[in-house]
Design a protein around this ligand. Structure first.
Ligand SMILES: CC(C)(COP(=O)(O)OP(=O)(O)OC[C@H]1O[C@@H](n2cnc3c(N)ncnc32)[C@H](O)[C@@H]1OP(=O)(O)O)[C@@H](O)C(=O)NCCC(=O)NCCS
Length: 155
């Protein structure tokens, strides 16, 4: 059983290019099983340097760092989780679970009672296994189908 104990911290400006590569590679390798190439390309275009730079201003963007390597990222704005990706070759080692637990804790300490996410088809089971329930389904031809999911954060 492989485990990676990294640290979770806010993303830095100088890391935005690396985050863009991490997200684009994960879309291509992990999400392409569940979405057609048109959707993957649209999402990939969306996660450009400029978009992520703006995102670091509008949301709290976190990274998981193992050694020198950024192997995961997740963002939080208010009660909603965004842009959650773990590098394909670092998945299934607990990195995603730690990032999720961390944003849940942050949201809870800011007074959020119910946390929300538009879950990819790829991650739906992952969220269900961590207490999230499906509250809706949104179909988008350009950006793909997602499940609206939420979880009550117990005090
Ligand atoms: C969803 C995602 C972020 C999860 O990241 P991850 O690092 O693989 O998550 P974890 O390793 O914590 O958990 C994944 C599975 O591996 C298992 N696992 C965790 N540590 C493990 C270990 N050391 N050895 C073996 N398996 C392990 C977990 O139990 C989990 O399975 P479960 O859901 O059946 O319990 C990742 O798969 C991903 O980036 N997917 C593509 C992008 C995406 O769709 N993101 C979500 C957008 S909403």
């Amino acid at each position: 059983m492989k485990t990676d104990r990294g640290i979770i911290r806010r993303a830095r400006y100088g890391e935005i290019e690396r985050l863009s590569s991490l997200i684009r590679n994960t879309l291509l390798v992990s999400n392409s099983f569940d979405y057609d190439m048109n959707v993957i390309q649209n999402l990939s275009r969306q996660y450009s340097f400029d978009y992520l730079r703006d995102m670091t201003l509008r949301r709290r963007v976190y990274v998981h760092v193992t050694g020198e390597v950024i192997d995961g990222t997740v963002s939080l704005k208010g009660d909603t989780i965004y842009a959650f990706f773990v590098a394909p070759d670092r998945q299934r080692r607990g990195v995603g679970s730690r990032l999720l637990a961390s944003v849940e804790e942050t949201a809870k300490s800011s007074g959020v009672r119910t946390i929300r996410v538009d879950a990819s088809l790829t991650a739906q089971k992952f969220y269900e296994n961590r207490g999230y329930r499906i509250v809706g389904k949104e179909r988008d031809t350009n950006y793909g189908t997602v499940f609206a999911m939420e979880k009550d954060l117990l005090p």
